[in-house]
Write a protein that binds this ligand. Structure first.
Ligand code: SF4
Length: 127
């Protein structure tokens, strides 16, 4: 899993270190409240990656980062499931960026110009 990822200032502190995360906000007493909580829909999409909703802790957050292609799919499905955009991807992997809406990502998908430059440079180095 990549080490270089965006550190969102509203990243919920319960999230495991890594590019998939949820957002929240800090209360006056210093505790955090997640932006996504209670309904359990994202947790159904990624049950082994997200904290289970309980009476004591209904916040949604990544207890671990995905490590397989199947888990990455689940993490992306959980991001899609959140109705307020509180599950996010802060990494730069173009394969993952391609699966997600731009609004859920901190970095942009490689655009046409970027792909063209890469293609040109890869052909030059092959000559
Ligand atoms: S998916 Fe939407 S309704 Fe469900 S807990 Fe998250 S923000 Fe609330």
């Amino acid at each position: 899993m990549e080490r270089d990822f965006y550190r969102h200032p509203e990243r919920f502190p319960g999230n495991a270190d890594g590019p998939f995360y949820t957002t929240g906000y800090q209360l006056d007493d210093g505790t955090w409240c997640g932006d996504c909580m209670f309904c359990g829909t994202p947790e159904m999409a990624a049950p082994t990656l997200l904290s289970p909703v309980t009476g004591e802790d209904a916040n949604t957050y990544f207890v671990r980062q995905p490590s397989t292609a199947e888990e990455i799919e689940q993490a992306c499905e959980a991001i899609d499931a959140c109705c307020v955009g509180a599950l996010r991807y802060g990494g730069r992997d173009p394969r993952i960026l391609a699966k997600l809406p731009a609004a859920s990502c901190d970095y942009r998908k490689p655009g046409y110009l970027h792909r063209l430059v890469r293609l040109l440079f890869s052909k030059r180095s092959a000559i």
